[in-house]
Ligand binder design. Sequence first.
Ligand SMILES: CC(C)(COP(=O)(O)OP(=O)(O)OC[C@H]1O[C@@H](n2cnc3c(N)ncnc32)[C@H](O)[C@@H]1OP(=O)(O)O)[C@@H](O)C(=O)NCCC(=O)NCCS
Length: 207
Amino acid sequence: MTSASAAALNLDGYTDLPPGKIATIVTYLEMRKPPVLPSLRPPEGWSLQRIDHDRARYRSLFRIVGEPWLWFSRAMMPDDRLAAILDDPKVEAYALHDGTGDVGLLELDFRTDDEVELAFLGLVPGFIGKGAGRFLMNEAIRRAFARPTQRFFVHTCTLDSPSAIAFYMRSGFTPYRRAIEVADDPRLFGFLPREAAPHIPLLVPQT
Ligand SMILES: CC(C)(COP(=O)(O)OP(=O)(O)OC[C@H]1O[C@@H](n2cnc3c(N)ncnc32)[C@H](O)[C@@H]1OP(=O)(O)O)[C@@H](O)C(=O)NCCC(=O)NCCS
């Protein structure tokens, strides 16, 4: 993989990236008290199932949910580092199961006192836009504020679904910070298939 580049970030214009790199704009959002949640009855047969300790199931669900959006963090993470996170009792990973299979991923991180991070929330393709996101979000908010939480926060980036920010703001989150993230394109290193995330086209480095 390419090492850190010396290219300076232009804070008033464009910055060319070295070959093999992707860049995203990250938006951080937070809520400091829970909104009034509409009661939502999940369809018959749906359940949230803890999957922290089933690494194969977690990795498979993460891949199916995240591949269309180029989610690379956990896809590139070695097993021992992933285990160190998921084995922590203050991290909770859930699969949304519709009675036949896993259709959504929710991960909550309680490792910092008084704060909860919505680490991952996503649905498998085919379940987006049908109410499952609202169900997962309500469950996330309920669990986050069931403890003495001062702040529930999340970040989303321009690789993610374009509807994610509006969905988070409708859910009660307020945006408060923006960052640029530059990373190796995971498709060039075999962590994700080259066809993943066509909305971020793969630039094949010239030799
Ligand atoms: C972000 C994400 C989870 C949002 O989920 P979603 O499926 O778009 O959201 P929903 O369909 O549940 O909610 C959208 C709206 O449609 C409504 N809706 C649509 N069809 C519905 C149905 N059949 N029954 C009930 N509500 C329905 C929901 O109630 C909701 O309305 P509201 O926000 O006013 O309450 C989803 O877009 C996703 O997984 N994206 C890919 C991964 C990603 O980008 N994740 C975020 C990264 S941080």
